[in-house]
Design a protein around this ligand. Structure first.
Ligand SMILES: [Ca+2]
Ligand SMILES: [Ca+2]
Length: 314
């Protein structure tokens, strides 16, 4: 018994010493540094009271692991939103160059008339001197054609067409003209001066040309009186096979909109007589006789003819 108790005590002592020894080392070292005397080593037993047992080598406390700073959130690669596709460049529509205007038929020298695809040629007229300009303000006529801007549209006719009325015999509803003679109608003089026209009586009258043969007629041109601006009324142009206008009568122009001359209502427009004459297209009708009616004018009741041309060929 005694032995085991002694053993226990010894063991306890050993343990105590083991604990205390390290604790004594430090203060001693400190004192040494200060140059103090080395304290007598005190019995280990006494010490435990005074100096608190040094904490066992501090267990290296598991360093509280500071939570590793959360890694900076990786900037998530910004999901690259696909850059919006650049708006497709709207290519400025290439303005198609306006089609070049059809080349104007070149002014053709007078001796070589322009031809179209059908082999037609432009009808060339010889015009007298103009004697007035503009539109007289005092003309108040129904169904009056407004003044034209620019040149008259060319009339295309077959080649070889000529004025077949030139110098041909003229008759009239008024066999005794007031002024001039009927031959003035086809003498080639179209000037609007005195002595160039024939004046027929008032009201409805006509002049008639005998072409002496049947021709295919493509145009009739008439100049009444173009010294001043006036409108001849009820202008009606007919062609026929006989001098009495009974057989095969065809009306090629009629501006008697109210049929006051009794030849039927016409759909052509009234016009102001001018140096250009009234160009009446005819579609190649075959005839020997041409008759022109009128029924006074905006200046007086008389009827006047300076010239009539009939363009045709056999
Ligand atoms: Ca004449
Ligand atoms: Ca009329």
């Amino acid at each position: 018994m005694k032995m085991s108790r002694l053993l226990v005590l010894s063991l306890a002592l050993l343990v105590a010493v083991a604990f205390l020894l390290p604790a004594c080392d430090k203060p001693q070292a400190k004192k040494d540094e200060k140059g103090g005397k080395t304290p007598t080593t005190q019995p280990a037993k006494a010490e435990p009271k005074e100096e608190p047992a040094p904490a066992p080598a501090p267990k290296a406390e598991p360093k509280k692991e500071e939570p590793a700073p959360a890694p900076a959130p990786k900037a998530e690669p910004k999901k690259e939103e696909p850059a919006p596709a650049p708006a497709p460049k709207v290519e400025p529509k290439k303005e198609e160059p306006a089609p070049a205007p059809a080349p104007k038929a070149e002014a053709t020298p007078s001796d070589e008339p322009a031809k179209d695809t059908k082999g037609l040629v432009e009808l060339k007229l010889e015009l007298p001197k103009p004697l007035f300009e503009g539109t007289p303000k005092n003309i108040r006529e129904k169904n009056l054609r407004p003044p034209r801007k620019g040149p008259r549209d060319p009339l295309m006719v077959p080649p070889g067409v000529t004025n077949v009325a030139s110098g041909k015999a003229v008759t009239s509803s008024d066999s005794e003209p007031i002024i001039g003679e009927l031959k003035l109608v086809t003498d080639g003089d179209k000037e609007g001066t005195d002595g160039s026209y024939v004046e027929l009586g008032p009201g409805k009258q006509w002049v008639q040309i005998d072409l002496k043969d049947a021709y295919n007629i493509f145009a009739v041109v008439v100049w009444h009186y173009h010294r001043e601006g006036r409108v001849y009324r009820d202008v009606v142009v007919q062609v026929a096979d006989d001098a009495d206008f009974i057989t095969n009568v065809r009306t090629v122009f009629n501006n008697d909109y109210d049929n006051s001359s009794g030849l039927g209502i016409g759909n052509d427009m009234q016009y102001l007589d001018s140096f250009e004459g009234e160009l009446i297209p005819v579609k190649g009708l075959k005839a020997r006789y041409v008759r022109l009616y009128s029924n006074g004018n905006t200046s007086n009741d008389q009827n006047h003819y300076t010239e009539v041309e009939v363009f045709g060929k056999k």
